[in-house]
Design a protein around this ligand. Structure first.
Ligand SMILES: Cc1ncc(COP(=O)(O)O)c(C=O)c1O
Length: 454
């Protein structure tokens, strides 16, 4: 039986808010009919089984669900013509999430309520565990998308009389340099081509020879291409030069090792909607409590002051300003899934399998990868657009979209490329199906070498 994610989440929402759904059922038969027709158009309607997880409103009752990647993802056929709830996002956040994660956002929480305070504490502890540092470090969540947390870390940790050396080999490195400049900090950019990793020695040399530079900013995986920068050797080089490191681990946290407890690392920054497979809307920073205490008073922004957020949370268990309650609740379930899957190592193994399946399928389609395999992270791949007059990214995007998959445009300005993400609640099987859709789309544009996948 083909199960459709849409109906699976409907089943869960039903359990979360029976009253609303009852009213919906009674008052809107037409909507119900359209809904049912949509489901039958895409696959068989399956009533939620008694084994399917039930969500309730208390923090302690967000039960651990048995994590399985197979039910709807492995059976997902090509779903041409279905509405957006049926599509698989192969984009590095927002990305494809589990129905239980989405359903957890269907509950309203009082931000001061003791259940939400408990949920916040649980999420902070869960993030430390997911980062491989269950004790000793502090986790400071921050409202907003990932950039807000990167900006908060730069403004909180780099002192006004210090400076930031930023390794730039992609769009997110450029963004970090820009937000540091905008904060009025002294910034030195170590630039590299976008298909080459940053040399740690070049970063360390600036710390040694240029006065006033205290920190280095590194993008762990440059999501703009999929390139993995060398974190361990950079941390060691920065340590040797007496500096501190701020790591943008946005698209690696939860899958790759981020070394948050390394003595040279002041901050590891990430967010809910990437490898943790939560919904977008919460960022967070892992740091040593002493480093946070030392940084007190440095931040020139009220809302981005991580020390203020940390101290308030430690004292009250609450967020300083309105928390994204629904996103936090979804993140709690996503962290449960992460643990049940086997933690960081298991998640990495799945993403690695996804990445390998994509690499193999892309080779069969004669798609040329932008990055050499040696620097390719199992997070997102960039491919050159096939040669030929018929190329148009928007047409290609639409053709793949009609087959049920959402891709990303490339971020390179000088080359025509597109990107395919390997993260989210997807499997190697999904990647092969996506490649099949890509092959078919290219064939119908008259560009494909082949549209048959083995
Ligand atoms: C490496 C990296 N840094 C930072 C960000 C933050 O971007 P946003 O604020 O859009 O979440 C992202 C998002 O994809 C990212 O991949």
């Amino acid at each position: 039986m083909r199960q459709v994610p849409h109906i699976a989440s409907y089943g869960l929402v039903r359990d979360v808010t029976p009253k609303i759904v009852q009213e919906f059922d009674q008052s809107s038969r037409l909507v119900q009919l359209v809904f049912t027709l949509a489901v039958f158009h895409c696959g068989e309607h399956k009533e939620p089984s008694p084994q399917e997880p039930r969500m309730t409103q208390t923090a302690s009752a967000i039960a651990p669900h048995t994590f399985s990647v197979t039910p709807e993802l492995e059976d997902l056929g090509l779903i041409d013509g279905c509405d957006h709830t049926q599509r698989v996002l192969l984009t590095p956040g927002p990305l494809t999430t589990a129905p239980e994660v989405r359903a957890a956002a269907g509950v309203d929480w009082g931000s001061w309520d003791r259940d939400f305070v408990a949920l916040t504490a649980r999420v902070r502890a869960g993030l430390l565990e997911a980062g491989g540092v269950p004790t000793g470090l502090a986790c400071v969540p921050m409202q907003g998308s990932g950039t807000f947390s990167v900006e908060a870390a730069v403004r909180t940790f780099v002192p006004a009389n210090g400076g930031l050396v930023v390794g730039v080999n992609g769009a997110y490195g450029e963004r970090m340099a820009r937000l540091a400049q905008q904060a009025g900090l002294r910034v030195h950019v170590v630039e590299e081509r976008w298909n080459r990793p940053i040399d740690p020695e070049r970063l360390a040399r600036v710390l040694r020879v240029r006065r006033g530079f205290t920190h280095v900013g590194l993008i762990h995986c440059e999501t703009s291409t999929g390139l993995l920068n060398p974190l361990r050797t950079t941390a060691e080089a920065v340590h040797g030069a007496g500096g501190k490191l701020i790591v943008d681990a946005m698209s690696t946290f939860g899958a790759l090792e981020v070394m948050a407890d390394h003595p040279a690392i002041d901050a590891v920054v990430a967010a809910s909607g990437k490898c943790l497979e939560g919904l977008p809307g919460v960022g967070f920073v892992l740091s040593h409590p002493e480093v946070l205490t030392e940084a007190q008073g440095r931040c020139d922004s009220l809302s981005l002051d991580l020390v203020d957020q940390y101290e308030y949370m430690e004292l009250s268990g609450q967020w300083r300003y309105t928390p994204p309650t629904h996103v936090v609740a979804a993140l709690a379930v996503a962290l449960d899934h992460h643990r049940q899957e086997g933690g960081r190592a298991a998640r990495l193994a799945r993403y690695q399998a996804n990445s390998t399946a994509l690499t193999e399928a892309a080779a069969q389609l004669n798609l040329l990868p932008y990055l050499p395999q040696s620097v390719q992270a199992p997070i997102i791949h960039t491919y050159y657009a096939p040669r030929g007059n018929g190329w148009s990214f928007s047409r290609f995007y639409d053709l793949v979209r009609r087959r049920g998959f959402i891709l990303y445009p490339g971020k390179l300005t000088e080359e025509e490329t597109f990107r395919v993400g390997c993260i989210g609640r997807v499997t190697a099987h999904t990647m092969r199906q996506a490649a099949q859709a890509i092959g078919q789309a290219l064939a119908s544009m008259g560009l494909a070498a082949t549209n048959e996948m083995n």
